[in-house]
Ligand binder design. Structure first.
Ligand code: PLP
Length: 365
């Protein structure tokens, strides 16, 4: 995971999932915070990077921190950076931001936001769960203080991983049992670890590195699926470089599918895409699309569409996907949220075309 995130091995903490790790870390960070301190969260984030911070505001009125919210541009579902910057001040102790939205696919300018946080002396806590399968994560380049991801989102076992800068993992005080070592990072890893899953995480990181090595071969990424490990003698020499090459190939391949999907969705009358749709800004989104039928009938709610697509073998999803503040803010929560269509590197052009045909029929276009 140190290769995957570009940090030192003792800056990696394993845990059950991102949500649990974030509650653990928010509680430890909250020990040193009190009235007058502020934490900035965003309207775009998954609730796992919101509620653990809201919990610090609930610690009894006299102890609680103040939570501030960074708003979004509704037309593009992107963060309003001017608003975000205006809410960071000398009282801000932490900025919690997502790398990419799991609902609408927006990729946030995380590096810029980390700089804004640091300029005010605040910590930056990044939720990279949704970005993980789509792009290369480099915590050294981002200079974030914490970054969390979930290995099951990038084709590995059901676990969460937290990166924390060494100085914070050593300095902050975890809630832990007394006999557990105080050595970092183990002081953050409670109880018996899930060793078999951690072994699986090694395999999952190696799988991605292997994609990078094979991406140097002439075959396309899609046609590699299922082939036995065939390493190119010309591939990148070390694992980090191979992971970088993999995400380069994944990005190019996913984006070609995404462009086809968005163009097809645009041709379905009465279907609205939420999030970035201007090709000039496609670099600021990953291939996760949220759509709704305008003036939907009962047969066209996100749940009804996801169910009917499921019957045809398409695994889409409906609702808020825990990006609750976004669906509430866009006023789609009460009418079923969005239908979410997500692409990853093993999807194919044929699947995109079949999905578009199925959707066209369901929407009655
Ligand atoms: C953006 C984002 N953050 C956080 C989470 C929570 O991750 P975990 O299930 O590892 O707690 C998810 C899960 O879907 C997610 O998509």
């Amino acid at each position: 995971m140190a290769d995957f995130l570009n940090c030192a091995a003792d800056e990696i903490v394993f845990g059950p999932n991102m949500t649990t790790l974030t509650y653990m870390m928010s509680r430890a960070i909250g020990r040193d915070l009190g009235p007058g301190d502020e934490i900035l969260v965003t309207r775009l984030d998954h609730d796992a990077n919101v509620s653990p911070w809201l919990a610090l505001a609930e610690q009894g009125k006299e102890n609680g921190v103040t939570i501030r919210w960074a708003e979004i541009h509704e037309d593009t579902c992107t963060l309003d950076l001017a608003d975000l910057a205006s809410k960071i001040n000398e009282r801000t102790k932490l900025v919690a931001v997502g790398y990419a939205s799991n609902a609408v696919g927006t990729i946030n300018p995380v590096k810029e936001i980390v700089c804004l946080a640091h300029a005010a002396g605040a910590l930056a806590y990044v939720d990279a769960v949704h970005y993980g399968p789509h792009g290369l994560i480099d915590v050294a380049a981002l200079d974030c203080d914490f970054l969390v991801c979930s290995t099951y989102k990038f084709f590995g076992p059901h676990m969460g991983v937290l990166f924390g800068k060494r100085e914070y993992l050593q300095r902050l005080r975890p809630y832990k049992v007394r006999p557990l070592t105080d050595a970092s990072p183990n002081r953050w890893e409670w109880g018996t670890l899930n060793h078999e899953c951690i072994a699986g995480i090694t395999a999952c990181v190696d799988y991605i590195a292997d994609l990078g090595r094979r991406a140097h071969e002439p075959a396309s990424l899609a046609s590699l699926d299922g082939q036995p490990g065939r390493l190119s003698p010309h591939g990148p020499p070390n694992r980090r470089a191979a992971i970088a090459a993999a995400f380069d190939a994944i990005h190019r391949y996913e984006h070609s599918l995404m462009e086809r999907l968005i163009a097809g969705l645009h041709n379905i009358p009465n279907l609205k895409i939420y999030g970035i749709t201007d090709p000039a800004h496609f670099a600021e989104r990953c291939p996760t699309l949220a759509v709704r039928v305008v003036n939907q009938t009962e047969e066209q709610t996100p749940l009804a569409l996801a169910t009917k697509l499921g019957e045809q073998g398409f695994f889409t999803w409906d609702g808020n996907y825990y990006a609750l503040n976004l669906t509430e803010h866009l006023d789609v929560e009460k009418s079923g949220g969005f239908l979410r269509i997500g692409l990853v590197h093993y999807n194919t052009v044929e699947e995109v075309d079949r999905l578009l045909t199925a959707l066209r029929q369901l929407v009655g276009a």
